[in-house]
Design a protein around this ligand. Structure first.
Ligand code: KG4
Ligand code: ZN
Length: 338
């Protein structure tokens, strides 16, 4: 029974997680079923789009069954249907979208397309029941590194973004160079704990003086060049030291830019989101920087940092409340502005 709450059924298939969630009144998660394809893709060292689509197609009905069972609800209880419609891998997105459309058509319930990054921000509304806009958000994932001025639930202004690699992408590529496997972020996070973060001083790219943009490709190349030159000299690579030094270089830049954006916008709340928000050093150093400035820092629990449908359900709820509803012509977008 659903007790007069607004129930959202949500789908997320933008990359390599097939996820279906049931969310009540936007912030209460009744179920958040996730089937990860990490084991499938790790033999290739990264996500293979065509394989991702096929696995979403194979899995989505089972993940849906699991989500409904855990929520203890049936399709008649669902009020609105949310789905990620970009940015992401188009073939992968289309599986979630086609499924969501079928349910919307069969039940005649509203269909709401959700921007993946807005979803990541909303993971914090689930985790922190008292969190309300306005605030500054730092979204760091495999595909994005964005600083967003969240003025209201639907009023988002991108203040800065990466000009080349996303932070998570740099973690994944450096992990591959160091032979740590995929996905690289959690592996580097773990092994860096045994290393000296000041062993190698990799260059931090801060761009123009006032810029809130990011650039991580130079750092990635710096690590690659360092590893190659050590190999040429027939020296052993100290993997924990290189991982720790690389991680500190990324985190230094993320913290510096986030605090610069805080002082520019005057916000007193900083919200961290996306897969890289799981990084232990990033959480620690941001907390120290925020404490120093009297800023409240928010981040989601580990499960809500990486891709999941609960965050999409939350975002769909707030879009529905704002009257933002899509129709069955909704499409999938590889790139999509906020
Ligand atoms: O948000 P997400 O699940 O997918 C995208 O929307 O891209 O983020 C995945 C990214 C991957 O690049 C992964 O290596 C990174 O998040 N990641 C981490 C950690 N856990 C996941 N990066 C650094 N430290 C971590 N603990
Ligand atoms: Zn994501």
């Amino acid at each position: 029974m659903k007790d007069n709450k607004l129930i959202t059924l949500a789908f997320e298939t933008s990359c390599d997680e097939t996820s279906v969630a049931v969310v009540s009144n936007g912030r209460e998660v009744l179920s958040n079923a996730i089937s990860s394809q990490i084991d499938v893709h790790k033999v290739f060292g990264g996500v293979v789009p065509e394989i991702a689509s096929r696995h979403h197609l194979n899995n989505i009905n089972y993940v849906y069954d699991q989500a409904m069972k855990e929520a203890g609800l049936s399709l008649e209880d669902v009020d609105i249907i949310g789905v990620t419609n970009g940015p992401g891998l188009v073939g992968a997105l289309l599986i979630g979208i086609a499924t969501a459309k079928s349910f919307a058509l069969a039940t005649n319930k509203p269909l709401i397309g959700v921007h993946h990054i807005q979803g990541h921000i909303c993971a914090n509304y689930i985790e922190h029941k008292d969190l309300e806009p306005p605030f500054l958000a730092l979204i760091v994932s495999g595909g994005h590194t964005d600083l967003v001025n969240v003025k209201d639930y639907q009023e988002l202004e991108v203040l800065g973004c990466t000009r080349d690699d996303a932070a998570g992408e740099a973690f994944d590529k450096v992990a591959r160079v160091l032979g740590l496997g995929y996905p690289g972020g959690p592996k580097i996070d773990k092994i860096a704990k045994e290393g000296n973060p000041h062993a190698v001083e990799f260059k931090r790219t801060l761009l123009e003086k006032d810029s809130l943009d990011f650039s991580f490709s130079g750092l990635k190349t710096g690590v690659l060049n360092f590893v190659n030159s050590e190999k040429q000299k027939r020296k052993d690579i100290n993997v924990p030291d290189v991982a720790a030094s690389f991680q500190l270089a990324v985190v230094d830049v993320l913290v510096a830019k986030a605090m610069m954006a805080i002082s520019k916008t005057g916000h007193d709340k900083l919200v961290l989101a996306g897969g890289v928000a799981a990084n232990s050093l990033l959480r620690k150093m941001l907390k120290e920087a925020c404490d120093k400035e009297g800023i409240s820092l928010y981040y989601p629990s580990l499960e809500l940092c990486t891709d999941n449908a609960a965050m999409i359900g939350c975002a769909a709820y707030y879009k529905y409340k704002a009257g933002l509803v899509d129709d069955l012509y909704m499409d999938a977008y590889a790139t999509l502005s906020l």
